[in-house]
Ligand binder design. Structure first.
Ligand code: NDP
Ligand SMILES: O=C(O)C1=N[C@H](C(=O)O)C[C@H](O)C1
Length: 233
């Protein structure tokens, strides 16, 4: 397939490597300075750019009828607009806060655990994410998806960053050197604690998942998630 990369930073470069290994061709690398974009040859676009740029890139791809895989985090105030546009134009669009297979399994475990814990009021929940110091957004998109998974399966009413009320899930964001991405969900009480943790060792898993999503979406119409791609039900 002919792939256009929106954003050619750490992730764009890793996706290029994986896509080429899988026999695909990178036909455009669109970065902050790119002025002219030719959409005519693109089979699919993959956006790992910046929170301030993502929605504009997604709109352009949908408008030009190019399926778009969106990995950029921190732009979700415009997510519903992207969905509306995609449905209007009969486009194809996936957003995932995290494309790695491991994290998508972790999302399922998190929802299942939240359901089991929902009546055990003695446990207090804590969510922590650790990323490299260049990360622009906090909390991470993955931490937000984890919090949403807990909200859907528990009595918690909201999430908040650093401090919160009793009925809120508090997320702590840490920024340390080159950490690719670590997420921890912990339930703690006086007698014990239960913890689930995902640690990315590098960025390959994110990139492979994004390329698999790009392969999957070609020929489809609609708004999808990684649950659809991975057939998680
Ligand atoms: N969903 C997932 O699985 C994952 C998501 N991410 C997310 O992906 C995004 C990118 O991460 P990462 O590659 O590490 O970040 P980088 O900062 O390394 O790369 C971002 C790139 O986007 C470029 N850019 C800036 N503005 C635009 C624009 N208008 N159009 C196209 N490109 C632009 C930047 O250019 P310049 O440097 O010139 O400003 C830079 O090259 C982040 O939001 C991150 O949170 C990261 C990993 C996994
Ligand atoms: O910025 C990153 O690097 C990452 N961002 C994503 C997020 O915000 O959850 C996914 C991954 O953890 C790496």
């Amino acid at each position: 397939m002919k792939v256009a990369l929106f954003g050619y930073g750490k992730m764009g470069k890793m996706i290029e490597q994986i896509a080429v290994q899988r026999g695909h061709q990178i036909i455009a690398k669109i970065d902050v300075g790119t002025t002219e974009i030719d959409f005519t040859e693109m089979d699919v676009a993959i956006d790992f750019s910046m929170p301030s740029a993502a929605y504009g890139n997604i709109k352009q791809c949908i408008t030009h009828n190019v399926p778009i895989i969106s990995g950029t985090t921190g732009w979700l105030k415009d997510y519903d607009n992207a969905v509306t546009l995609c449905n209007e134009k009969k486009g194809a669009f996936i957003y995932a806060s995290n494309y790695s297979l491991g994290v998508n399994i972790f999302f399922e475990m998190n929802a299942y655990l939240a359901k089991m814990m929902q009546h055990l009021d003695q446990y207090k929940i804590r969510l922590e994410e650790i990323h490299h110091t260049q990360k622009l957004d906090a909390p991470s998109g993955t931490a937000i998806t984890l919090a949403e998974g807990i909200l859907a399966n528990s009595k918690y009413k909201n999430w908040s960053l650093d401090t919160g009320e009793k009925d809120e899930i508090v997320i702590t964001s840490k920024r340390i050197d080159d950490v690719p991405g670590t997420h921890i969900v912990e339930y703690n009480c006086a007698v014990d604690s239960i913890e689930i943790k995902h640690t990315a060792h590098n960025r390959e898993g994110f990139a492979l998942g994004a390329v698999i999503a790009a392969e999957w979406i070609i020929g489809k119409t609609g708004v999808f998630t990684m649950r659809d791609v991975l057939n998680l039900g």
